[in-house]
Design a protein around this ligand. Structure first.
Ligand code: ATP
Ligand code: MG
Length: 564
């Protein structure tokens, strides 16, 4: 028996559920489901629904089913089923032995339809799809009744059986509910329940040539599984009367409550399966798991953690009105989680050679560097130091402007965990005139990071030893789209893709402790951000690091602005 908490419900859905627990609407039961259609990979919007459904079930001690809503054969596949199973599990949820397929209910659904026909609540209609659409009416005008509306029950039963038997061409007849062509709710104007469609279903093959429509299949699948709260997105609000009508006509034991909430919209990206499919098929991205994609697979490959995604979903909450959530909140949640748990290392994305002229040629020292400055429990590692180093190109300027405090001719800086170095001269590439090498001197008395004479430096920069570091590729990601709301930019949304969403750097150098780093492992590259060893393209001899998220947090600024 589910218990109501003493604290107030955290959202309106939980409020409704607690009301039902108080008035015993479902005998104290709470059962939910997550019902994806396996016609694409899950995205962060689905994660919101996953967290909501599994979260509610866990909170009230009931089950949450994972149900493939696979009643439309076009576009559905086993690849998608497997990806969904994998993604929901990775997000951290468990459906036990309750993985279901709506396609397993095809026979039951057919029998329910027969029952509707027998009670005069459904009829075979022989209008074409276009005619049905034309006669549906508008928001201000009622629809027209079909000339086939009053067919005899026997004739309807016969036609429906023959539809199933494959006697008719696609589109020759449909089965429609007999409700009310004058209903102010267009959904209720004799909606189509079944259509003839010759297509191979990835599970049932050619066994069926008629397939139920969403509105018919969904409520009955919920009822068959004894779901109590059927949570869906707002666009189904107008379908709720139909959901209820079908279950009422069929007198089923379990009549779930449909509850709608606002779908997640995220800035600078799109969360529509249809459009994501287009990006994959047109080759705008490398696949469903391209780290720029808002898919769970893409985020996992990029290095996001399930904890961060769950935390994000908890923070955005659920509401009744649509809004656009700032992607920087998601990044903030990722950063917050990674900050706690991932080790620090040094890597240089765009190397600039530094020669320490007064450091002995063959000498190598090892500096003991903590893996996490705030968490000594994470231990330390030894990082080799030698005469030739790489630093970040942007940490040196030959002619520094006023507020540039890093390395410049005559300027002294601290090397992270190491000595002070001072720039003596530069060597330029004779062809390009660019700085090719910086010559410095070091002060041996500053190994602790401080000068015994108390002199200060204004900057600390990261570095790697040239001979000890290992080469790597770095993949830096920027906003996926150029505009915050590309979904609202009309149909040719691909032209709003950010051409700089991926920057590939092929001559990065990372410290030797990363030799052979395991695919999927995460690190903070000091000063640069959080990185993940790409699980697909990285090999021990050819390391590839995805930047999960840079260190700078723009969310703080955004939320500050919003407060004003
Ligand atoms: P899309 O509009 O991207 O094609 P969909 O609704 O067709 O998504 P389904 O597989 O039917 O995809 O979705 C499974 C569940 O996830 C549904 O209950 C749906 O309401 C929910 N869902 C889909 N997109 C979002 C979103 N952006 N925010 C919250 N929930 C979502
Ligand atoms: Mg859907």
């Amino acid at each position: 028996m589910a218990q109501t908490n003493s604290s107030p419900p955290s959202d309106f859905i939980r409020g409704i559920i607690e009301e039902h627990l108080r008035n015993n609407r479902f005998q104290g039961r709470v059962a939910t489901r997550f019902p994806p259609e396996p016609n694409g990979y899950l995205h962060i919007g689905h994660a919101k629904s996953v967290c909501l459904n599994f979260g509610i079930a866990a909170q009230y001690g009931g089950p949450c089913n994972l149900r493939m809503d696979d009643t439309d054969p076009s576009g559905e596949s086993l690849e998608y089923v497997e990806s969904i199973i994998n993604d929901v599990r990775w997000l951290g949820f468990d459906w036990g032995d309750r993985l279901f397929y709506a396609s397993d209910y095809f026979e039951q659904l057919y029998q329910f339809a027969v029952q509707l026909i027998k009670t005069g609540k459904a009829y075979a209609c022989s209008l074409s799809a276009d005619e049905i659409r034309e006669q549906r009416g508008t928001l201000t005008e009622p629809g027209k009744e079909s000339p086939y509306r009053n067919r005899a029950i026997e004739e309807n039963l016969d036609l429906f059986a023959r539809m199933r038997a494959g006697e008719f061409e696609d589109g020759a007849h449909v089965l429609r509910a007999k409700i009310d062509m004058a209903s102010p709710n267009i959904t209720m104007r004799d909606p189509v329940l079944y259509r003839i469609k010759r297509a191979t279903h990835y599970r049932t093959g050619r066994q069926w040539c008629i397939y139920p429509m969403y509105d018919f299949a969904h409520c009955l699948s919920d009822s068959i599984e004894k779901i109590t709260h059927s949570i869906c997105t707002l666009e189904f609000e107008n379908n709720r009367p139909l959901y209820d009508w079908i279950l009422d006509q069929l007198n089923v034991d379990c009549h779930p409550q449909q509850i709608e909430f606002a779908r997640l919209n995220l800035s600078y990206t799109i969360l529509s399966k249809r459009r994501l499919i287009e990006l994959v098929s047109k080759g705008n991205v490398t696949g469903w798991d391209d780290p720029r994609m808002p898919t769970i697979a893409g985020m996992r490959r990029r290095g996001y953690t399930p904890e961060a995604i769950r935390n994000f979903c908890a923070r955005i909450g659920v509401a009744k009105n649509e809004n656009l959530v700032d992607v920087s909140l998601l990044e903030h949640c990722v950063r917050e989680d990674l900050n706690e748990r991932v080790p620090r290392v040094m890597g240089v994305l765009r190397p600039l050679r530094v020669v320490i002229d007064n450091y002995p040629e063959e000498q190598v020292e090892e500096f003991e560097c903590p893996n996490h400055p705030q968490n000594p429990g994470m231990g330390s590692r030894r990082v080799p130091f030698s005469r030739i180093l790489y630093i970040e190109q942007e940490d040196f300027l030959e002619n520094p402007p006023k507020k540039f405090y890093r390395l410049a001719p005559g300027r002294e800086v601290r090397l992270r965990y190491g000595y002070f170095i001072k720039c003596a001269s530069v060597v330029k590439d004779p062809n390009t005139g660019e700085v090719a090498e910086v010559h410095c001197t070091y002060d041996p008395k500053t190994r602790s990071g401080f000068a015994p004479d108390g002199r200060k430096v204004d900057a600390t920069i990261h570095w790697v030893s040239a001979n000890h570091s290992v080469p790597a590729e770095g993949r830096l990601y920027d906003r996926f789209f150029k505009f915050a709301d590309p979904a609202g930019e009309g149909d040719d949304f691909t032209k709003y893709l950010n051409p700089r969403s991926l920057e590939t750097l092929t001559s990065c150098r990372v410290e030797s402790s990363l030799t052979g780093a395991a695919p999927g492992s995460r690190y903070q590259f000091e000063r640069l951000g959080y990185f993940c060893v790409d699980p697909v393209d990285s090999f021990p001899k050819r390391l590839v690091f995805n930047r999960i998220v840079p260190l700078r947090d723009s969310w703080a600024k955004v939320s500050e602005k919003e407060k004003k």
